[in-house]
Write a protein that binds this ligand. Structure first.
Ligand code: SAM
Length: 261
């Protein structure tokens, strides 16, 4: 339990950061992310969220669209924070808060390393859409370096067929560093930016290293891409890549939650 609460991809340190920066330095990033997610219409009543933490960057307007959430999150300290955000959201809107099923045991790293693959059955069986929330950029730090290539192959073999069946999206760190990506107006593309295009976002007057979060190893080609600047702490800047995968053919939303309950 203590290990999960202090895991290197999130945990207590992340909640403290979020409390300090969420409504100030993170506000433009959160607003841009909310606008981008508002256009993601997976057409399901259930959403599986990988790594929601306390929902610090998740827009209320997104989760309010679903009746059920399946939250894959090993950090036990995230639950009361997320639950309290949902209660506040329900008070503000007419719709009841979604039901939440928490999955605390790691279903995305260890099982893949052990050859059991990603938890496709849990998502398929519930007719859920899948959203990775700033999780994929942490994966390469959670897998031992000498096992990365084997992990990557097993991950693709089990995840990519699932992503052909269910609506999906992800936002994740593409690179990070002390230098600042200059995005100007929103950057929206139909294909992922190549590495040299990512570097070009930093201009040629900034000197510094960028850490590659190796996310381009993990996902198949999506339908559309967006790029965001996330100033996570003073002097540290992440370039977050948003990917929307396949969309349902009808593009339809289910009936509104107020009319189905
Ligand atoms: C960088 S935080 C992102 C939190 C949140 N989605 C946000 O955008 O503010 C990454 C999250 O992934 C979670 N995590 C770590 N290992 C995980 C695993 N095996 N399965 C699901 N989530 C995991 C961490 O506990 C953490 O909450």
């Amino acid at each position: 339990m203590l290990k999960a609460a202090f895991n290197p991809a999130g945990g207590v340190r992340y909640h403290l950061r979020a409390r300090r920066h969420r409504d100030r330095e993170w506000a433009p990033f959160r607003a841009a992310l909310a606008a981008w997610l508002a256009d993601w219409k997976p057409g399901t009543r259930t959403l599986a969220i990988v790594g929601p933490s306390g929902g610090h960057c998740l827009p209320g307007s997104l989760v309010a669209r679903f009746e059920r959430l399946i939250c894959f999150e090993p950090d036990p300290t995230a639950r009361p924070i997320f639950a309290s955000r949902l209660r506040a959201l329900a008070r503000e809107s007419a719709a009841p808060a979604p039901e939440i099923e928490w999955i605390a045991e790691d279903a995305w790293i260890g099982p893949v390393l052990e050859g059991r693959g990603v938890p496709a059955d849990l998502i398929d069986a519930r007719g859920a859409a899948l959203l990775f929330t700033n999780f994929l950029g942490q994966v390469s730090f959670l897998v031992p370096d000498d096992r990365w290539m084997a992990f990557r192959a097993a991950w693709r073999a089990s995840l990519w067929p699932l992503l052909e069946r269910v609506p999906w999206a992800s936002f994740h760190d593409r690179v990070s560093g002390e230098i600042v990506p200059r995005l100007g107006d929103d950057v929206r593309t139909e294909r992922p930016l190549a590495d040299d295009e990512v570097v070009a976002l930093y201009g040629d007057d900034q000197d510094g290293e960028l850490l590659d979060h190796r996310t381009d190893d993990l996902l198949p080609r999506g339908a559309s891409y967006a790029y965001f600047h996330w100033p996570i702490v003073a002097g540290r800047h992440h370039l977050v890549e948003g990917v929307r995968g396949n969309v349902p053919e009808s593009g339809a939303e289910p009936p509104t939650r107020a009319s189905t309950r």
